[in-house]
Design a protein around this ligand. Structure first.
Ligand SMILES: C[S@@+](CC[C@H](N)C(=O)[O-])C[C@H]1O[C@@H](n2cnc3c(N)ncnc32)[C@H](O)[C@@H]1O
Length: 305
């Protein structure tokens, strides 16, 4: 910015400062920019990694993506990072709780923007956190989601039968400071504007009678997935997205997983005739999701022979 636009003599005298110093100072103010400039954090690469059979995978930071149109997603099924120190390739999973809540606010806001008015969210998160200080994770994330505009529908308790968590007792057999640990996770179910979906003529549900009866009971019992078998540090079992997809979306609808990891949600979106979009920042996890999807597709082709 130059000093041409201002009467420096008048300004210097009203400010009671030296005119030459003022001119010099004005000439060194950087020019204003009309276009917003992406910060280094925002300027992450975005790659369409896979686009096949109605399934898309993006290697991209979901927080900064511009890939999704507003109001375009019918159902989100996801398990975000839990902030429990898991050794992901790219993401740092050991932040201060406050910054974890800030991260949660950002992805929940983005998810809200891209959801249709009858869009739904199935958020698989811990009930609470014990290591490194007790925190009410489920209550806190639900509260943040409601502040953003998400409406609360229900909470499913996932009894994953994980007894290996019982390592910390606090004060053993003493009332001094015992630890109470619930070996469960939750799936918080929320919606954007209205819960009732207005079925368009071409849409149908594919859930069977026995599935509907069993899954509308909000305590789900099935085992967790083996990290070793899948090759990812925190996969959920296929049963989890399968139930959410069949219970909460119509055939053909658009399912999103903003933190797809090994692509479990996408496998079940495809297997249940939905469209699917997944994001992960780590290239190796995108490769893993692609490998699992390819496995599913070649298995299907073999069955046709
Ligand atoms: C709990 S794991 C999801 C596992 C997945 N449900 C599965 O079955 O494999 C969370 C994933 O989020 C990814 N992630 C972390 N931050 C991300 C971000 N900002 N954008 C996209 N992916 C991210 C991590 O790389 C990790 O793979």
């Amino acid at each position: 910015m130059s000093s041409d636009w201002v009467d420096t003599k008048k300004l210097a005298s009203s400010l009671q400062i030296n005119e030459r110093e003022l001119t010099n100072w004005l000439n060194h103010i950087p020019a204003a920019v009309d276009e917003p400039v992406a910060t280094e954090e925002e300027a992450t690469p975005s790659t369409l990694f896979l686009d096949k059979n109605g399934i898309k995978v993006f290697q991209e930071d979901f927080l900064n993506t511009a890939r999704l149109a507003p109001s375009s997603i019918d159902l989100i099924v996801t398990s975000p990072p839990y902030n429990v120190g898991i050794d992901y390739i790219t993401h740092n999973d050991a932040n201060e709780y406050e910054s974890y809540l800030e991260f949660s606010k950002r992805w929940l806001t983005k998810s809200y923007e891209v959801s249709r008015p009858d869009g739904r969210l199935c958020m698989n998160i811990p009930l609470d956190k014990n290591k490194g200080g007790q925190q009410s994770v489920c209550a806190d994330l639900t509260h943040i989601a409601k502040q953003i505009g998400w409406h609360y529908h229900s909470t499913i308790i996932w009894n994953e039968g994980n007894i290996s968590r019982r390592t910390a007792w606090g004060s053993w057999m003493s009332a001094s400071a015992p630890f109470v640990i619930a070996p469960v996770e939750v799936i918080v179910v929320m919606y954007k504007e209205h819960w009732k979906k207005h079925k368009r003529p071409s849409q149908k549900s594919d859930i069977e009678r026995n599935e509907f009866m069993a899954w509308t009971n909000g305590v789900w019992t099935f085992n967790g997935e083996s990290k070793k078998k899948v090759g990812h540090p925190a996969p959920f079992p296929r049963e989890l997205p399968k139930r959410c997809i069949k219970l909460f979306s119509f055939v053909g609808e658009m399912v999103l997983d903003p933190f797809m990891g090994s692509g479990t949600t996408l496998l079940e979106a495809y297997a249940n005739q939905r469209q699917g979009i997944g994001f992960d920042i780590a290239l190796d996890y995108c490769r893993l999701a692609q490998k699992r999807l390819n496995g599913l597709w070649s298995h299907e082709q073999l069955k046709l022979l």
